[in-house]
Design a protein around this ligand. Structure first.
Ligand code: HEM
Length: 488
């Protein structure tokens, strides 16, 4: 038996999961992400063994937090064997800056990894990220406590990603952090019968935490090690197998530095629209929400009650994209129930389902397939005061998922970057698309607003977002961190 061992049900061991899986620490406005190279593995492990890493079992508001995650290179450098590394997924091992991944992710032209300031082939190796969060004015003290002599001896600081005060708006000026799936921590699949036919925001724990049931009813593949490497018995064993579960209670963390050309964005839209008001309307169509966050969606929604009001909508009532364009950022990033022609709720398919028959035609797999491609977003925006160039603005896009290829990479490549989406051609995501022509020369720089009449098509949309760095990290559970710190 291997990593697809039988389903683990029941409560997630929150005290062994890093807290960022449960919270974006919205009450801690100051944060810095330290991008590190391991210079002395022994000191790095000494630091890891005693680092005050925050777990997810907090009951009340916490005053500060520390999270630690490692790249494949970092795991290798602290002594994880090649045999154990081979049990990690291919995309994690090759890394975000790998050439073939860059094409898939749209990291081309000015966003190509060779131009990155960290995480690219020309930069110092990225081994570890330490993420520190604190209350207003408390970050420097927290840093002093975390950066012990072992830390200074063990790591070289490659880049310090200092985040700005959180005001709920991303740099283009739109309310951000609104739509977020929530984890059903005490997952009981039998209590949600027929859920798969409706769009909702609940996800099984295995979509974000390794070692638990995911939306397929399976335990997501995860890394494992040989028992002899774990003499202290820190890791749990696989059911029916004596391998030790290195992945349990861990997750994969994606970090991308996305620079935003804020003045270029508004200048272009004003040029096309002819006025600030028209520019705002167009920008809202591109995002799919008003600047204050109200979704462009039909008033009537079939989303179950109890869901956040700003999120209780789907696109069933707007199949043509007349209210929210088919290619709007929120529609590409999460098509809700609109990735299946006709939505998920037609009367015919409902009736067929009731009598136990599959729905007809291309909709046989109508299990609101978006639930296999959800991510937990944990990003923050740049702190302009701490950037080298103090006019630069942007986001440190951070997300968590249990399967980078199926979740983050699928959203980024098949939905956001793809020039073919929902019947559209020659366009990519109007906010984050790279707009680089395809290999056959086809353009990807249009944006279409569907209307009651002829669609309005905007051509030659410039690229407003440039990738400046990025990496894939493994965010171990707390016991797995101790295991890694004890490697010889
Ligand atoms: C600088 C780049 C980006 C900007 C300015 C941006 C902006 C926004 C805004 C304003 C929203 C709507 C508010 C909300 O629901 O939080 C949103 C939603 C979202 N974005 Fe982005 N975003 C960026 C990059 C990305 C990337 C790279 C991804 C994924 C690969 C992504 C995935 C999502 C998702 C999943 C949603 C929620 C959609 C929904 O469920 O309705 N975004 N983004």
């Amino acid at each position: 038996m291997g990593p697809r061992s039988p389903v683990t049900t029941g409560k997630v061991e929150l005290e062994d999961v890093q807290g960022i899986v449960r919270s974006g620490y919205g009450t801690l406005p100051e944060a810095v992400f330290l991008i590190l190279t391991i210079t002395d593995p022994a000191s790095a492990k000494e630091w890891l063994a005693s680092a005050p890493v925050t777990h997810a079992a907090f009951e009340t508001q916490i005053p500060r937090a520390l999270q630690v995650a490692l790249t494949a290179g970092g795991l290798r450098r602290i002594g994880l064997s090649e045999e154990a590394l081979s049990t990690f997924p291919a995309e994690f091992k090759s890394g975000m800056g790998d050439e073939s991944r860059a094409r898939r992710l749209g990291d081309l032209g000015p966003s190509a990894p060779k131009s990155w300031t960290w995480g690219g082939p020309e930069n110092a190796p990225v081994d570890v990220v330490a993420m520190l969060y604190a209350g207003a004015g408390a970050l420097s003290d927290w840093r002093r406590l975390v950066e012990t002599p072992a830390f200074s001896a063990g790591f070289h600081l490659v880049r310090e990603l200092r985040t700005g005060l959180m005001d709920g708006r991303e740099p283009f000026g739109f309310a951000d952090g609104l739509s977020q799936p929530y984890i059903d921590w005490t997952h009981d699949p039998t209590s949600h019968e027929n859920d798969e036919y409706h769009y909702h925001d609940r996800i099984a724990p295995g979509e974000a935490v390794l070692g638990y049931t995911n939306e397929y009813g399976l335990v997501t593949d995860r890394p494992f090690v040989q028992p002899k490497t774990d003499p202290r018995g820190l890791l749990r064993s696989f059911v029916g197998d004596d391998s030790r579960d290195l992945g349990a209670n861990g997750s994969y963390l994606v970090v991308r530095q996305l620079e935003q050309d804020v003045s270029g964005f508004w200048q272009f839209l004003e040029g096309v629209g002819g006025s600030r008001e028209a520019a705002e309307q167009l920008a809202e169509k591109m995002v799919g929400r008003t600047r204050s966050g109200t979704p462009l969606s039909p008033v009537e929604s079939k989303v179950p009650p109890g869901q956040e009001p700003s999120n209780a909508f789907d696109f069933d009532g707007d199949p043509e994209g007349i209210i929210c364009p088919l290619g709007a950022h929120i529609r590409r990033a999460n098509p809700r129930n609109a990735d299946v022609p006709g939505g998920t709720q037609s009367r015919l398919s409902g009736l067929l389902r009731q009598v136990g028959l599959p729905p007809p035609g291309p909709r046989t797999d109508v299990t609101a397939s978006v639930r296999f491609h959800r991510i937990l977003r944990r990003g923050r925006k740049y702190d302009p005061l701490h950037e080298i160039n103090d006019t630069s603005r942007g986001l440190y896009f951070v997300c968590l998922n249990a399967n980078i290829a199926r979740q983050f990479e699928f959203i980024q490549s098949a939905w956001l970057e793809s020039s073919k989406f929902h019947g559209l051609t020659n366009e990519s995501d109007p906010i984050v698309g790279s707009r680089v022509p395809l290999l056959d020369g086809s353009r990807t720089d249009s944006f279409t607003c569907q209307t009651d009449g002829a669609p309005i098509r905007i051509e030659s949309l410039p690229s407003f977002v440039t990738v400046r760095g990025g990496a894939y990290f493994f965010l171990p559970g707390l016991r797995a961190l101790q295991y890694l710190a004890a490697l010889s």
